[in-house]
Design a binder for this molecule. Sequence first.
Ligand code: MG
Length: 184
Amino acid sequence: MKRYDAIKRIVDSLDNEIIVCNIGAPSRELYNIKDRAENFYMLGSMGLASSIAFGIAISKPSRKIWCIDGDGSLLMNLGSLSTIANNQPNNLTLIVIDNGSYGSTGNQKTYTSKKTKLEIIAKGAGFESITVIDDEEDIIPVLKDITSGCHFIKIKVLPGNAQVENIPLNPEEIKHRFMKSILM
Ligand SMILES: [Mg+2]
């Protein structure tokens, strides 16, 4: 499975969750699989998808938030794991798609392709549950099973980006459309 396949399964599991998606290829792939106003395509701040998702989670406690992050990005902002886990939002699932590489910049290897295990770091940070998925078929059942809480899911995938169009929205359009959609 590649990232695109994983995001497709995540989209197939959606009810009305808010999605905050990591910069670059993941956001482009999500846009092309299923664009919706409740998708926040984080375009300018590598590493900060989980922090933005956490902020939304605590300010919108009645909504479920899924953050689609990447291994390279999360490695840039590991402190976010302890911030999230210690504040324990009841409505946040951090889904890290780990391809062991910086996919958007040419698949240079990250440390998760060597010794680092993000699920162990997340467990130590204090997440309520940790799930590692290797099989594409497990993604929908795992996501459908989430009710409330503060969860960490790692989906292990192979490197590689889908050939998809760029997102034709500018950052202001994405932000305003997104904010309007989550006010309801
Ligand atoms: Mg990656």
